[in-house]
Design a binder for this molecule. Structure first.
Ligand SMILES: [Zn+2]
Length: 378
């Protein structure tokens, strides 16, 4: 068995392919965290930046019904983002992409939050046959990116709704302090990759309703429509442990039992598919983020990680197989297929690496914060 080396500061280890360590055995993701911390300091500085941002957003939304779009899943981060937007005096439009895998808890959480905060909710329901086709395509592609269809769709939907409603700001519930940065070998997404996987494995050749994002569309949204994506939780002292009880009290919110387990497919993906097939335990990125931001000790995180990855029951796996319309045999073939990565498919990575200079400029301008981590991809 391959020996596993652990970061001396967080709990990421050599099960992450692209990890490196400095002389003190501190990993590259800890270095990345420190860089993000420099760019997004908390305290007075953050408050000032946030106030300026809120004023700018309000100006951009003058005479319009909404001034920002918030994607909601019923989970902790997106619910708290919506709450924060309202408390900052903004007028968000909540947008939900229903991909068919919602748990009852998530549906209730979204409804309760929007009602209590008096926010309009716009729900887009996926065409199930198309969405299922893309999910099965990613399972057959045999890469760790099997939950990309959901992220990709919501991402496209948020930009398209913002564009249609003439809203200039999209709020993203991510925070590097609580969620961390997923290693590129664990999660990778771009429009070319999604299309290539679908082209190779999909049964439905042409989608008519799936919200595809193309590079051209993304550039149009960013440069012509001037839509900006902001992670507002990174400007506030967002403490995971304190938020749950607060949301329950304020918004009648219910916890669903695990990171992103508000969605049945994500639960299967993180609790079963990734650990069983790829030996990837996504808890490591989240717990490592919490260690770096001082919200949990390394000892406590190591203790937690020593337990089975999340908790799953065989009946949940059965549910997923049946809902996707796969036979047990087909599913077993998927589980036993040779492991692949995004590098085995067409992606935008070579173009992105070629354009490294301009991308650095984008990130400096905070136009594309979500691809900042790509400079660490080598
Ligand atoms: Zn580390």
């Amino acid at each position: 068995m391959k020996e596993i080396t652990l970061c001396s500061r967080c709990i990421l280890d050599t099960t992450v392919d692209d990890i490196w360590f400095d002389d003190h055995m501190v990993c590259k993701y800890c270095h990345f965290h420190d860089e993000m911390e420099k760019q997004h300091p908390l305290g007075d500085k953050a408050e000032k930046i946030l106030n300026e941002l809120v004023a700018k957003i309000k100006r951009s939304g003058k005479n319009k019904k909404y001034d920002c779009v918030v994607g909601v899943s019923g989970g902790r981060d997106s619910t708290f983002t919506l709450y924060t937007a309202v408390k900052l005096g903004l007028r968000p439009l909540a947008v939900h992409f229903d991909n068919g895998w919602n748990s009852d808890i998530s549906v209730r959480n979204i409804k309760n939050a929007c009602e209590k905060l008096n926010v309009d909710l716009f729900t887009i329901v996926a065409d199930w046959e198309e969405f299922k086709d893309l999910q099965i395509s990613f399972l057959k592609a045999s890469t760790p990116d099997a939950d990309v269809p959901a992220d990709y769709a919501i991402y496209s939907v948020l930009y398209s709704v913002a564009s249609k409603e003439k809203i200039k700001y999209i709020f993203n519930g991510h925070s590097f302090r609580t969620e961390g940065t997923s290693p590129i070998s664990w999660t990778y997404m771009d429009p070319v990759y999604v299309r290539d996987v679908h082209h190779k494995f999909g049964k439905i050749k042409k989608f008519t309703s799936f919200p595809h994002m193309t590079l051209f569309k993304l550039l149009y949204y960013i440069f012509i429509k001037n839509i900006k994506e902001k992670r507002i939780l990174e400007y506030i002292d967002y403490k995971k442990t304190e938020v749950d009880s607060f949301l329950t009290k304020e918004l009648n919110w219910t916890y669903y039992g695990g990171h992103h387990h508000e969605n049945y497919y994500t639960r299967f993906f993180q609790s079963y598919y990734l650990p069983k097939k790829f030996n990837i335990d996504k808890r490591k990125t989240e717990l490592s983020a919490l260690i770096r931001s001082g919200q949990i000790t390394r000892e406590a995180a190591l203790k937690e990680i020593a337990t089975e990855p999340y908790s799953y029951e065989e009946k949940n796996v059965e549910y997923v197989i049946n809902k996707l319309g796969l036979s047990r045999n087909e599913f077993d073939q998927i589980m036993n297929a040779k492991l692949q990565t995004h590098k085995d498919y067409r992606t935008l990575l070579s173009l992105i690496k070629f354009l490294k200079g301009p991308i650095r400029l984008f990130t400096r301008l905070h136009l594309l914060p979500h691809i900042l981590y790509l400079k660490y991809a080598s």
